[in-house]
Write a protein that binds this ligand. Sequence first.
Ligand code: ADP
Ligand code: ZN
Length: 615
Amino acid sequence: MSKHSFVIFIVIVALVAALFTVFSPSGESKEPLVINEVISKIKAGEVQHILVEGKELTITTVDGEEWESTLGSNTDFLEVLRQENVDLTAKGAPNIEFKEGGGLLSSEWSLVLIQFLPLILFGGLLVFLLRRAQQGGANQAMGFAKSKAKMFTANKPTDTFSDVAGVEEAKEELQEVVEFLKYPDKFSRLGARVPKGVLLVGPAGGGKTLLSRAVAGEADTPFFSISGSEFVEMFVGVGASRVRDLFDQAKRNSPAIIFIDEIDAVGRHRGAGVGGGHDEREQTLNQILTEMDGFEANTNIIILAATNRPDILDPALLRPGRFDRRVVLDQADINGRKEILQVHIKGKTISQEVDLEAIAKQTAGFSGADLSHLVNEAAILAARRDKQQIEQGEFEEAIDRVIAGPQRKSRKMSAKEKGIIAYHEAGHALVARNLPNADPVHKISVIARGMMGGYTRQLPTEDRYLTTRSQFTDVLATLHGGHVAEEIMFSEMTTGAQNDIEQASKIARAMVTQYGMSEKLGPRTFGKREEMVFLGKEISEQRDYSDKLAEEIDEEVNGFIQKAYDIAKEILTNNKPKLVQIAEKLKDQETIEGKELDELFDSEAPALEPAAGQA
Ligand code: ADP
Ligand code: ZN
């Protein structure tokens, strides 16, 4: 190992040296002039212009030729000219231009650097070798870990429970942890066994870190944090020793909170995945378990660990005395989202008219982090528009930004393309509007955002946890609305429907194979789905049914899709004047939303001229 790194070191030195040779000033292609030649050219009146960049001269002669020259290291060009009695005010004298810098390597600093480089490298090598000798082979990984341990500086967070919104139950459960940290005697006197480890389960950006900091803040204790992914280091043994250091420091500063983010990175089920256990991970995990078991009853430390994948954790972690408590942070519902927004608009100037409820309604599926991002985007937009306060308009625009990335003004769409997208989106909207179980359409737009050409946004009327079969059927038909509209109007399909079709196929397949919604095949699942842990979220499907059934599944899936397609086609054919009306308005206006959209749906569509729409 030590021989190895030595070779690498030498190679690096060689490379650096080579680089300096390549870039050094002496490597010019055109033969440079010496300074005396420059002077004689000036005296002969041949020079028109001289550019002085640091020590580099670029000489342009009267007949347009260019020459380079370099000044000596301690020479001032003007001084040289003076000594040579060159009169710069005379007729035919060159004009001289000075420019700062002159490139990294021609400046004085680089000269110094080049002169001292060998010395620096040599010194570095010496220090490197000495330290290596001191540590000795086996010890060096430990030394590395030790030095990293200095990073576990505790901070005392100022966050409180009032900064975390929409997770009332979780806060209540953690209140107990706070009390334990604050008044340990109260518990130990009664012989109560206090929790050591609490597992926080919830989606990314749901406030797990924030809540943990708030626990420390409420209890006024130091907060040590580390992320599971950090443990996965190069050297075997480092992870384990970092765990030891972490717990040592926490113990010295108790009462304290230790927060382990992404614990699934080290604590995933041993033996899961392919290629055997990861040695390093396993040792780290073992060290965590050992430390937790080794706590004496009165060690006033609580370990909070966060994960969004509790299902893949090693059961050993979840045993009594370890992470035996589980606090779930649910995705925020509409009220939760409103409260989170309230937390984040604190300290910002918001217009009286802003309707947080309406914003909460439009942000189903947003995490706390998304909402925080949303408020910030709105503030930025308002600032850019020179407004005194943030208004509803900024929030609406910010929602779109967070959903689909910033508006792409630069993307140029041909009128023809815009027409196609307008009909495509109008098709989605109109089909959804005509189906009883589809979510109401809130907004249609042909403005490109992120990767989408245009978009149709539907809003659920309520938060939903179950989806019915009729809802799925209407979703399928709505998805087909886009390309069916293109087909009806232009007798042609485009690639714009790719995403819709992909989604529709996925839903139809899930209806048959996972939700048992096919009448013919009945309520059973097909295929054993297994998440391959070692590849992250990859899903592999194992067939547990016959070829004959496979055929029937395909037929059923196709059946659902075909039926949805027929529904979409029927609606759009019967409402063609309306389709044209919406699409034409969309082409004009680019975005239609809210009340205007409702009115448009309800109004009488003008009758079609025979050739209308064949744009
Ligand atoms: P996690 O650890 O679950 O991935 P974080 O705690 O890091 O999520 O959340 C990131 C940011 O999102 C927080 O700093 C906070 O600004 C915001 N946030 C998330 N959840 C909430 C919440 N429930 N209430 C208020 N803000 C939240
Ligand atoms: Zn579409």
